[in-house]
Design a protein. Structure first.
Length: 114
């Protein structure tokens, strides 16, 4: 059974940092690209960035220079390091494997507010 579990969200002040984790089943992690997505209230889910199985990363312009995606293949886990957080980063954050079309975790809430 495919499993994706995100964690690490919370409340942080503007300018602060958080590190999100996403643990996935090996069958959908090993050899596949992983992506981080977010969905703000009243908005559509959007892609934040991706990391290939080789470690190559890509980011949307709004987070470039502030967010960093990494992966630990031994732990089947992908991370999202978020620095210099802004109120507009407030959202539920999800990760997803390129191996699946419909398997999503429960997400983790990130709230950036003073």
């Amino acid at each position: 059974q495919v499993q994706i579990v995100e964690s690490g969200g919370g409340l942080v002040e503007p300018g602060g940092s958080l590190r999100l984790s996403c643990a996935a089943s090996r069958s959908i992690f090993s050899g596949y690209a992983m992506g981080w997505y977010r969905q703000a209230p009243g908005k559509q889910r959007e892609l934040v960035g991706t990391i290939a199985s080789t470690g190559t990363t890509n980011y949307v312009d709004s987070v470039k220079g502030r967010f960093t995606i990494s992966r630990d293949n031994a732990k089947n886990t992908v991370y999202l390091q978020m620095n210099s957080l802004k109120p507009e980063d407030t959202a539920v954050y999800y990760c997803k494997s390129s191996a699946t079309l419909t398997s999503w975790g429960q997400g983790t809430q990130v709230t950036v507010s003073s």
